[in-house]
Design a protein. Sequence first.
Length: 171
Amino acid sequence: MRIRTGGVDDVPAVLAMLDGAVAWLAARGRTGQWGSEPWSARPAAVRRVEERARGCLLRVAEIDGAPAGACFLSDTPSDYVPPADRPELFVNLLVTDRRHSGRGVGAALVRDAREEAVRRGVDLLRVDCYAGGDGRLVQHYRDLGFTPVERFTVTLPDGTDWPGQLLGMAP
């Protein structure tokens, strides 16, 4: 596995990974996180990925030269997450191509994010995630070394509430 810096040219690959994740979740009845409609079919979601590709550090994991995962990192959290009390590195999005599930892609990208935090001289790495359903996503981030910090709720444009969990770690 190789991890490289990505950019706007990687947006189609990231969207394909997100579409695959949505399909995988929906097939298991787990639509609370990202719904059931592909990211690539939602203009606002496509714009969000494009904006992150321009404004964040995009790290792309490759296996045999093909994208297998992506992680967007920034100095600031998403607008619905309270700011930290000190400089941080924030994981704005982490996705793994479902074809590479179980191969440690997400763990490698988190290790890479930790190394980037150290390079930047910050002592806090945070991420937020969906905290509804069976809680498996929060547990996954705990397994990667994050500690839950606080829960929050985002009211979506359709009026439904999206339960979230903020997690953090020292790199």
